[in-house]
Design a protein around this ligand. Sequence first.
Ligand code: IVH
Length: 668
Amino acid sequence: MLPKKTRAEIDRLRAEIRGHDRRYYAADNPVISDTEYDGLMRRLKELETEHPEAVTPDSPTQRVGRAAISDFAAVRHGAAMLSLDNVYTEEDLREWHARLMKNLPPNENPIFIIEPKIDGLSCALTYEDGKLMRAATRGDGETGEDVTLNARTIHSIPLSLADSAPKKLEVRGEVYISFSDFVKVNEAEQMAGREPFVNPRNCAAGSLRQKNPAITAKRRLRFVAHSFGIWEGGAAVDSETAFLRACEAFGLQPVEHDRAESLENVIRFYYDFKQKRLPRLAFAVDGIVVKVDSYAQQRRLGFTARSPRWAMAFKYPAQQASTIVEKVEFSVGRTGTITPVAKVKPVFCAGVTISSVTLHNFEEIERLGLKVGDQVLIERAGEVIPKVVKVAADLRTGQEKAVVPPKTCPACGGKVIKEEEFVAYRCDNPSCPAQRKRLLLHFASRPALDMQGLGEAVVDQLVDLERIKDVAGLYELKKEDLLKLEFFADKRAENLLAQIIKSCGRPLERLIFGLGIRQVGEKTAETLAQLYDLEGLAGASVEELMRISEVGPVVAASIYGFFHSPETKKLLERLKAAGLNFKRSEKKSTSAKFAGQTFVFTGELATMTREEAEEKVKALGGKASGSVSAKTAYVVAGADAGSKLRKATELGVKVLSEKEFRELTAGL
Ligand code: IVH
């Protein structure tokens, strides 16, 4: 007999999973991360294993993939589209490897192929006699959706294949969007008053599953091949490597891949990739896929109900997690800007525990519709500070509370104001201690005057004990002042003083940036330092400043306002007396590796966008052009390269593959 409580939990899990399926699949709008979804599924499976009598044919566990709910015509796949098993730890990967070795003859050491696990959506393309007949999403693994018209708009999906292709080929791969195109799509969505997509995968899914192919066409989706369902007629392939090579010969873009001769090499690759490649990728990858290369060995290993035994996804920790907003606090920045920060129930995400998430500003809170008590989906990408991507408004209980901007500064009690042209609320008290601390930390930070040893704990004490009031005060500090601080002895005090003295010689752009003038970032500071010495800058008029191409009226007014306040005038005098470098900086010459050389890019690049590639060329002193001539130094050919590649060959211009280009520009 099934206990009532278990029954209730099973029902709840099923309903919850179905709800998430609907959001994920029908609306491309999930509110929980994949890991959390997997967790729900795992728990349901556990209960169903303990109580097999509770299993029903419509339980979410009985499907291969997530449920298909759709307006598109259904397509039955010729061969089921299975999924991959996942592991997150080295131990679990080793276990998989041990099982695998047991099922192979003792003297057979498999070669592994390693591919990135691209975080897009899988798509099956059916070619007959080399012509694209149909494109289908995976759906539930048995039945997907017919998205042929949309797929035909994707440049990396060829409409016809080379003659060498098999008579019938159902090739499978990933449809995805680059980070930069994702940002562009979301900007356009927001401009049109629609909700932005939560992440690139949902954006790719929403773009492929479009009623109007013209919209898909605008989204710059990409496709790479990673497997096949049907291969009939034509020369057969006997390994993953041969398959991927054949794809390339047919005109398809194969997923990038590497070989590993041992499990140890696979593991090394996993960490290396995470450290060196992952942060630079132009698109989302959430792990590596390890496959046994030989098809003979694959056949011997076979499949479980859901996935092949010869492949495993070795995933990187989730970048998203859901949690509850417990309260919203306000932090005061160096210019008095008040930033709302959500204190959330601690949650493990992308390798760290997160309890604080920035909300940027009050407009952002409004955009998200966030209230205290809400369940939110948070995301941490790379080194970036975690942020809220979505509020699960449909899970509200009615107890949630709106976030109200504070009327007084949480640090000094001063008046909080909102200036018309800015979105931010600010504390209007120039001697607010929180602002002073932030400004000192900014002044001492690495991109500014770079004073090591001047961290938060020191700044807090210096301000709280009223040892210093502003940045010039740093240069007036004496050893005795420092010795009064907590944990300061001779050596530490001397080191810090040495750092402060050293900062006097830093180039002017660092000082300008360090002063914390509103609207003046590192890049603008650099431009200003190349045009003026500090006193010249202080005397520049608004009109003059506006003649600088990157300085608009708001920035110009901010610079002018800053230098024309009596406090700044006094501050500059003290900084000058302290010996800081006010001299104009020389124009920086960029690296000249490609000086005088013109590059032409053609076809689809897989690991970076065209813009990123062109940026690299420019950063190395070269030029990027759209047309090939005898003067072109290199043509870089991605997938589907056409007439430009032909022209390059005719003219004898050197052609580089994307990989060669990456090698040439490595380290940038
Ligand atoms: S091979 C039997 N290779 O991950 C499955 N899949 O969970 C054969 N994916 O639906 C798939 N990158 O869409 C394979 N390099 C890769 C992949 C990859 C991403 C997706 C695929 C599949 C899902 C499996």
